[in-house]
Design a protein around this ligand. Sequence first.
Ligand code: HEM
Length: 409
Amino acid sequence: MTYSDTVKFDPLSRSFSEDPYSVYKSMREADDPIYYEDHDMWLLSRYQDVAAVATNPNMVRSLEGIESKEDAAERQRRANWHDMPYHERVVQFSLLDSDGDIHRRLRRQVFGEFTTAAVAAHEPIVQRIVDDLLDDLEGRSDVEFIEDFAAHVPGLVIGHILGAPAEHARQMRLWSEQVVRFFDVDRTDEKKQIAETATREFYDFLVDLKAERQKLPQNDLISKMITDEAAGHYSQDEFISTCMLILMAGHGSTIDVLGSGMHTLLKHPDVLKTLRDRPEALPTAIQEMFRYEPPLPFFHRHAMEQTEIRGRDFPKGTTFGLLYGAANRDPAQFDDPDTFRIDRSPNRHVAFGMGAHLCLGNNVARLNMKVIFETLLRRYSDISLAQDKVVYKRGLSVRGPEALNIHWS
Ligand code: HEM
C-alpha cells in the first residue's frame, strides 16, 4: 500500500482537525515516509522513526552554517519567513532553533529553573493562581472552560517564574498566539504582518521589563538571566529571544492540552469517576492526556548527513517532519493506542519531544495539569459537557478545542 492510495494529506482541512488520527494511521501503514510537497519535507509517523530522528545529533533544527546564504534566503522566501526583521532576530533564532554549542549554552543558562525540584517549589503559587481564577467564577455553573479559565493559567504561571507581572498576562497571551500561529503551515501575508507586529511589541515589552529588573532585581528568572548576561553568557537578542520563547512555548500548548484533556475526561465519565475515587491516579492520567492529544503534534529536523530511514537513503539537507501526534498512537509502541487508559505504564509518549530539544517546560506543564485537575475534582462534584460537538483548531502544528462549554456544580 502506498500513501497516495490511501488518503490525501490536507492538514488545514476541517476533516483533518476532526480526526487527524485516522490520517496518521494511514501514514504509519504506508511503506515509505510521506513526501509533503508543499513544504518540501518527509513526514515521519512511526514512533521508531520519529524517535530515531529526534535523538540523532546529526539531525538539527537550523541549517545555519550548512547551507549557502543564497539557499538560506531562497528557503526563507519560500516559507514566507523573510522581510520580518524582529521575527528573524528573536523568533526564528532562539534556543529552540539553535543547535550544538549555542543550543547547549543557551539551554544550560535556564535549565536549573525547570528541573522537577525547582518547578515543584512553585506549586503553592500555581495553586493560588488556580484558586483565584476559580473563585472569580464562583456562582457560575456554565462556563466556556477555555476562555473563562484555561487561557489565563499559563501567562500567570510562566509570568511568575520569569518575573512578568500578572497584569500583562492577557497581553502576553495575545502576542504568543499571534506569533505561534505563524509557525503553522499556512503562512499568509496577513498572518505574517500580525506576527511581526506582535514580535516587535513583545520585544519592546521585554526590553522594558529587563531594564526595570536591572534597576531592582527580584527573585525571578529574568533577574538571574541579567546576572548571566553580565557574565557574558548572552547577547541582548539571545536574552530577549530566550524570555520570549519561554513565555510563548508554554502558552497555547498549555491551554490546548487543558482543553483536550478536559474534553477527553468528559467523553469518559467512568474515568472521571475513577479519578474522583482515586486521585493518586492523576499523574499517570495526565501523562495519558499528553499522549492521547499532544497539543504540539508536529516539529521538524534537517539532516546534516545522508541518512537511512526504513531502508531508504535521504540526502544531506533533507527536512523531516516529526509527527509526534502520530508516533503517540503507534501500535508498535503502545498497546491499544486509540484507547485512553489512565493507568498506562510505561507511557513513553513523545508529546514533549525527545533528545536535545526535549521540552524545557515539561515539569511546568505537568504541574499545571496536576494542580488544575486535582482542584477541579475537589471543588466540583459534577462536571459535564454542555455542547454537542466540540470543534478542534485547524492546522498541523497545534491541536486543541476551539471552545469547550461545560456545566459544573
Ligand atoms: C503544555 C504542554 C507543552 C508541550 C506539549 C510542549 C512540547 C514541546 C515539544 C514537543 C518541544 C520540542 C520541540 C522539538 O522537538 O523540536 C518543546 C520544546 C520546548 N518547550 Fe515545551 N511544551 C509544553 C509546555 C512548555 C512550557 C510550559 C514551557 C515553558 C515554561 C515550554 C518551553 C519549551 C522550550 C523553551 C522548548 C525548547 C527546548 C530546546 O530547544 O532545547 N514548553 N516543547
